[in-house]
Design a protein around this ligand. Structure first.
Ligand code: ZN
Length: 92
């Protein structure tokens, strides 16, 4: 019973930290619950979603995270335009 209480506390702490960083409460709760202490540590080290670079959709003008492949407002496929022409490495 005490072990379950500890798991719940770890889940809640990870969830609160994840939520503060703009991520999902439920997902971080599950991570913290299934990985006690490690989940909380992961939430602490996780990126701030709000700090991620954004770009503007060419179709509707919505602001979407750089890593999104589809606009969440209009559903347009978004190509990743990088100045050097890709993430490195030739396809051949
Ligand atoms: Zn759009």
């Amino acid at each position: 019973m005490e072990f379950l209480a500890i798991l719940l506390c770890c889940g809640l702490s990870a969830a609160v930290i994840g939520k503060l960083k703009g991520s999902s409460f439920v997902i971080w709760f599950l991570i913290g619950f299934s990985l006690p202490l490690l989940g909380t540590l992961a939430a602490v080290l996780w990126r701030f979603e709000r700090d991620q670079p954004h770009r503007r959709c060419g179709e509707c003008g919505a602001l979407v995270p750089l890593h999104d492949q589809v606009c969440m407002r209009c559903g347009l496929d978004l190509d990743l335009d990088l100045p050097d022409g890709g993430l490195g490495g030739d396809p051949a």
